[in-house]
Design a protein around this ligand. Structure first.
Ligand SMILES: [Zn+2]
Length: 375
């Protein structure tokens, strides 16, 4: 087969979303070496957006942004109302924007299309107008109408909002994000326009801890917190370099060689999303989670909620209808690490503290299965 035709053929096999909006190929998620905690956290948030997003802290060049962009490529397409600026879901009547709600009450149904789950970048230097939306100046001048020009929060509705260097985000933008994340809506009142629209998104942040801390209010908003470190295993380091080189030299062949694994993971996510609502968690296990948060002196109840939701998402990911104690163990550190009270004299790493507490309260999987057999 001539080379050109062969390339075209392979290209056809690669999903359309594998090419990012900037025209570049997206590095496949399944080719990311190591960093298991980060990958798991991203997958769990994709399965259950109610977990509340994830912040990934680690040094530069540890592949944080690559992983976030790779995640977008794995997500199943969603139904969207045709022509809606906010990508409303035609089946989610309670979350419709005003235009869609009016259309629905007049026509009784909404014309739909399918589209990719949005993955929107929020650049550090973005203005509030760009984030929240503002008056459409062109239409104001040309047509003399006060129309709303939607911002990044509108584009991110029902998808992901990604903030790299989230710890350097200006305070006024942090406030905007906190408001929208809490209410699921964006309210714009300025320059004579008054607009409210749905803005439900999963917040994903990344940053280098050496460049500053996150504001506690923002930190608490994130469901999960993962730390990534530079890999020290020699074989894994070599694999990172060889993978990256193959991808840069011949992205199509590289993507093609990961096609099957990518498809498998995509199907697994789709199945997990369907199964999620049916996954059960025993009251006994909920008690264990509460006890864990209690002995770690975690304020509020967000810690417990996050562990329970993440453990359910993990069980769904692995195709199980019931959460077990091992699920709890695997998600507890990323759910609680950023909620521990800071003790200036504490020298033990927060992950180690959580592990110690887990040994006290969480039954080992073998003990848990014995318990299940007794029942
Ligand atoms: Zn709409």
């Amino acid at each position: 087969m001539p080379k050109k035709a062969k390339t075209k053929n392979i290209r056809r096999r690669i999903s359309a979303t594998t090419v990012a909006s900037n025209g570049r190929f997206v590095y496949p998620f399944t080719a990311i070496v190591g960093q298991h905690e980060m990958k798991l956290a991203l997958l769990l948030c994709a399965i259950d957006p109610n977990i509340g997003g994830v912040v990934i802290m680690g040094h530069r060049g540890t592949g944080k942004s690559t992983a976030v962009r790779a995640l977008a490529d794995l997500l199943p397409r969603i139904k969207k109302v045709k022509g809606c600026l906010y990508g409303c879901g035609p089946d989610r009547v309670e979350e419709l924007c005003r235009d869609c709600a009016n259309r629905f009450s007049e026509e009784g149904n909404l014309p739909a299309d399918t589209g990719a789950v949005p993955m929107v970048d929020l650049p550090l230097g973005a203005t509030e107008d760009r984030v929240c939306g503002t008056l459409d100046i062109e239409r104001a001048l040309v047509e003399a109408v006060k129309a709303f020009e939607p911002g990044l929060l509108a584009s991110a509705n029902r998808g992901f909002l990604y903030v790299d260097e989230v710890n350097l985000l200006e305070d006024h933008l942090v406030d905007v994000l906190l408001d929208a994340a809490a209410s699921g809506r964006n309210v714009v009142e300025r320059e004579g326009i008054s607009v409210t629209h749905p803005a439900r998104f999963v917040l994903v942040g990344s940053g280098n801890p050496e460049e500053g801390e996150l504001r506690p209010q923002l930190l608490d908003r994130f469901g999960l917190y993962t730390q990534i470190t530079t890999i020290t295993d020699i074989d894994e380091r070599v694999e990172i370099v060889t993978h990256r080189e193959s991808f840069d030299n011949d992205p199509i062949s590289f993507l093609n060689s990961h096609l099957n694994e990518q498809q498998k993971l995509r199907r697994k996510i789709t199945r997990a999303k369907k199964l999620l609502a049916r996954v059960e968690i025993d009251r006994e296990l909920l008690k264990v989670i509460a006890e864990l948060c209690l002995i770690l002196r975690i304020d509020g109840h967000r810690g417990e909620l996050t562990i329970a939701r993440s453990a359910r998402a993990l069980a769904a990911f692995e195709g199980r209808g019931r959460v077990n104690s091992s699920d709890v163990q695997r998600v507890a550190i990323m759910s609680l690490r950023h909620r521990l009270r800071r003790d200036p004299f504490e020298t033990v790493d927060s992950g180690v503290r959580i592990e110690q507490a887990m040994r006290e309260v969480v039954p080992t999987p073998s003990a848990a299965s014995r318990l299940a057999m007794v029942k």
